[in-house]
Design a protein around this ligand. Structure first.
Ligand code: AHR
Length: 654
C-alpha cells in the first residue's frame, strides 16, 4: 500500500468514526497562474448502434425490418425475414406471406415478401419496435404527420387495390388511408398520414381483392424528424436534442465492436454499404444481435456531426474481425489489407473530396456539395498485438502518404492496465507518435476515484483519446446502474482529464444510448423508449463539464482531510471555472481562496442526491443539476459540498 492509500484509509476511518462531523477543506488558486493549454476537443460523443441506438433509436424509421433482410447473428444462415411483421390480421380473411428473392427490388436488397389473398381482406402489417400481442410498436401522436413510402408490385394475378393504412393492431384506422392499383413492376408509392389519435400503431397493407402482391422497402417517419429534408429521412428529434445539449466537440462513429463485425468477413462494417439511396444500402447483421438497416449511414453521421457542431471522427476496421469474439473466417491478409486501404481513401474522398471526384460527387448528389471537413480517422476499434499493428502499419502509411492532413487514431486495446496497453504504447511511441491513442476502459467507480492522476505522468509527446469509459457498479435487477455514485466517480476522474488536457485531447463516455428493454449493455448515458428520453446522472455530469471547458488549467491546491474531494480550476479570458467533486458520504466545508477573481456573483451548478439514486421514466428528475448563485468578495468564500456531489462554480473575470 503506498503512502497516499494509507492516508486515504486513515481519513476514511476517521470520517467513519465521526459520522456527523463535516470535513473542512481549503482550495487556493490564482486566476493569473496557469499550467497547461486545454484541448478544444476534450468532450465529445461516441455513438454506436448498440442497444438499438440507431435502428429503433436515433434513426427516425418507425418500421422494423422494413425490407425483409433480417437475419440472426448467432445463426447467420437462418434468416428471420418476417421479424417485425404480423400477418393474417383480419378476421375471416385467408391468405399467406411468402419470402421471395426472384426479381428483387435491387441486388443489395434481395429479399421481399409476396402476400397472397385468397379470401376476404387479408391484412399484413409492420408492427414497429417493441410491439406486444395487443399493441403495435409505432408511437403516433394525435395531429402529427408521418411520411410513408413503400415499393409495391402486382405479382401477376392480383385483381384489386391495396390499402396502406395506419391502424391499431385490431385494424381500427388512425388516419386517412390510401389505396393503390399496382402494376407488374416495382413502383415507389408515397403518402402521408396525419394521425387522429395518440396510439401504439401498426402500418397495415390491406388487400381488397384476391391474388398476390409483392412488398418491399416500406418506411414510415415523423414528418418533423430532425433532418426530415435529408434525402433518406432523418433522426429522432428528441434524441438529437439530447446530443446537442451535451455541446460535443466531436462525434466518434459508427462503433465500437460493430466496426469490426463478428464471425464473418461479410460482417465487417463497410461504409460504402451505408451511403446512397436507403433502398440500395446492403443491410447487415449486428454484433449486438440485431439488424442494421444502415438508414443511419455515413452521410447521416456526417450530417449529424455538422448539425451539432461536432468534428466527425469515423472509425474503420483494420482488417481484423473483432478480436474479443470467436471468428469463423480468417482476417484480411496483408495483401487484402492493401486493397482494402482504397476503401479508406475513398471514405476521405467522400468526406472531403471535390465534387468532381467520384465519391465527392456522391456526397454532392446526396445533398452536401461542401466538404464535411474530416480531420480525424480511427483505424481499428479495440485491437492489440502484432495482428493489429502489422495491418495498422499498412493502412497508416497509405493514408498518411495520401492525406498527411488527417490525424489517425490508433488503438490501445480494451483494458486500462497491464500488458495490452503497455505493449500498445511501446509500439505507438516508437512508430506512431503522431497518432492519438484510443484507450478504452470500463471500471468500478472506486477505480476511477483512485486513478484521477493516471495521466499526470504520461509523456506529453503523444495525445490520448479516452474513447470509451464508464464507471461500472454492481448490477441491480440485472443492470449495472446509472446511479449518482457512478456519475460522481466519473466527475472526479474528469477533473484529472481536465488537469491533463494538454495530453488528453478527447474523451467520450460509452455507450451513449439504450432503448429501454432492448439493451445489450449497461450502463448507458441516455435511455429512451418509444416516446420518451431519460437523462441519467452520468449524462448531467458530461453536460456540466462540457459546458464549462476552459482554455487553460489554473494552478491550484486543495488542502483537505477528506481524500475523496476532487477539484480542477480552469479559465477562459472571461471566466474562471472551479469544479468540485465530493465523492464521500460526508459534507465538506470548503474555503475558496481565489486570487485574481473580482468581487461579484458566481453561478453554482450542482448535482447531488442519494448515493444510489437513479433517474427513471417515472421519476426522471430524481437527480438533476440545480443552479444557484453565490456572492464572492475579497478573494474568498465558503461553500458547502454535500456528500456525493458535483459542483461547478463559474466566476466572471471581467
Ligand atoms: O461500448 C460498448 C462496447 O465496448 C464497444 O462496442 C466496444 O468497443 C467495447 O468493448
Amino acid at each position: 500500500m503506498n503512502m497516499r492509500r494509507i492516508v486515504a484509509c486513515l481519513c476514511a476511518l476517521l470520517l467513519l468514526l465521526t459520522p456527523l462531523v463535516a470535513s473542512a477543506s481549503t482550495l487556493t488558486a490564482d486566476a493569473g497562474v496557469t499550467t497547461v493549454e486545454m484541448s478544444d476537443t476534450l468532450y465529445g460523443l461516441f455513438f454506436e448502434d448498440i442497444n438499438y441506438g440507431a435502428d429503433g433509436g436515433l434513426y427516425a424509421e418507425l418500421l422494423q425490418n422494413r425490407s425483409f433482410e433480417y437475419q440472426d447473428i448467432l445463426n447467420p444462415q437462418r434468416y428471420q425475414h418476417l421479424n417485425g411483421w404480423a400477418f393474417n390480421l383480419s378476421a375471416g380473411a385467408k391468405g399467406k406471406a411468402t419470402v421471395m428473392t426472384e426479381r428483387p427490388l435491387n441486388e443489395n436488397n434481395p429479399t421481399y415478401v409476396r402476400v397472397t389473398c385468397t379470401e376476404g381482406e387479408y391484412r399484413f402489417a409492420n408492427t414497429g419496435f417493441q410491439a406486444t400481442v395487443l399493441k403495435g410498436g409505432i408511437p403516433v401522436e394525435k395531429g402529427k404527420t408521418y411520411r410513408c413510402f413503400v415499393y409495391l408490385r402486382n405479382a401477376g394475378d392480383f385483381d384489386g387495390t391495396v390499402e396502406v393504412a395506419l391502424t391499431l393492431r385490431t385494424g381500427k384506422s388512425l388516419a386517412v388511408p390510401k389505396r393503390f392499383t399496382l402494376t407488374d413492376e416495382w413502383v415507389r408509392y408515397e403518402l402521408t398520414f396525419t394521425s387522429s389519435y395518440t396510439e401504439d400503431a401498426v402500418l397495415s397493407f390491406i388487400m381488397h381483392g384476391t391474388g398476390s402482391i409483392d412488398i418491399d422497402m416500406a418506411s414510415l417517419m415523423p414528418a418533423d424528424a430532425f433532418g426530415a429534408d435529408w434525402p433518406n429521412g432523418g433522426l429522432r428529434a428528441d434524441l438529437v436534442q439530447a446530443l446537442a445539449d451535451l455541446n460535443p466537440s466531436f462525434l466518434r462513429f459508427p462503433g465500437g465492436c460493430i466496426v469490426e463485425g463478428s464471425y464473418y468477413r461479410s460482417n465487417f462494417y463497410d461504409w460504402k454499404d451505408t451511403v446512397g439511396p436507403v433502398e440500395e444500402r446492403r443491410e447487415n447483421f449486428n454484433t449486438w444481435g440485431y439488424m442494421q438497416s444502415y438508414g443511419l449511414g455515413y452521410f447521416e453521421y456526417f450530417m449529424l456531426a455538422e448539425a451539432i457542431g461536432a468534428a466527425p471522427l469515423p472509425v474503420v476496421h483494420s482488417g481484423l474481425l473483432c478480436q474479443a469474439r470467436d471468428v469463423l473466417e480468417p482476417n484480411l491478409s496483408y495483401d487484402e489489407v492493401r486493397v482494402y486501404a482504397q476503401d479508406i481513401l475513398d471514405l476521405i474522398e467522400f468526406a472531403n473530396g471535390d465534387v468532381t471526384t467520384p465519391w465527392g460527387a456522391l456526397r454532392a448528389e446526396m445533398g452536401h456539395p461542401e466538404p464535411f471537413g474530416l480531420r480525424y480517422l480511427g483505424i481499428g476499434n479495440e485491437n492489440w498485438d502484432a495482428a493489429y499493428w502489422n495491418r495498422f502499419d499498412i493502412l497508416y502509411r497509405i493514408v498518411k502518404e495520401a492525406h498527411p492532413e488527417i490525424t489517425i487514431i490508433s488503438s490501445a486495446g480494451p483494458v486500462a492496465e497491464g500488458g495490452l496497453p503497455q505493449n500498445a504504447w511501446r509500439t505507438i511511441r516508437q512508430k506512431y507518435a503522431d497518432t492519438i491513442v484510443d484507450e478504452h476502459y470500463y471500471m468500478a467507480g472506486d477505480w476511477f476515484l483512485s486513478h484521477t492522476h493516471r495521466y499526470d505522468n504520461y509523456p506529453r509527446t503523444t495525445k490520448v483519446f479516452v474513447g470509451e469509459y464508464a464507471a461500472h457498479e454492481a448490477t441491480v435487477s440485472g443492470r449495472r446502474p446509472n446511479n449518482l455514485y457512478s456519475a460522481v466517480c466519473e466527475a472526479a476522474y474528469m477533473t484529472g482529464l481536465e488537469r491533463n488536457s494538454d495530453v488528453v485531447a478527447m474523451a467520450s463516455y460509452a455507450p451513449l444510448m439504450a432503448r429501454d428493454g432492448m439493451q445489450q449493455w449497461t450502463p448507458d448515458l441516455i435511455w429512451f423508449n418509444a416516446r420518451e428520453v431519460l437523462l441519467t446522472p452520468n449524462y448531467y455530469v458530461q453536460q456540466m463539464f462540457a459546458a464549462t471547458v476552459g482554455d487553460q488549467v489554473v494552478a491550484s491546491e486543495l488542502d483537505s482531510i477528506n481524500q475523496l474531494v476532487y477539484h480542477v480550476v480552469t479559465r477562459t479570458d472571461d471566466v474562471l471555472y472551479v469544479k468540485l467533486v465530493n465523492a464521500s458520504a460526508y459534507e465538506d466545508v470548503l474555503t475558496l481562496n481565489l486570487a485574481g477573481v473580482p468581487d461579484g456573483t458566481a453561478s453554482v451548478v450542482r448535482l447531488t442526491g442519494e448515493k444510489s439514486a437513479v433517474n427513471t421514466f417515472h421519476r426522471p428528475d430524481t437527480v438533476v443539476p440545480v443552479t444557484s448563485e453565490m456572492s464572492f468578495a475579497g478573494g474568498a468564500a465558503e461553500i458547502n459540498l454535500p456528500p456525493y456531489s458535483v459542483t461547478i462554480l463559474t466566476f466572471p473575470l471581467k
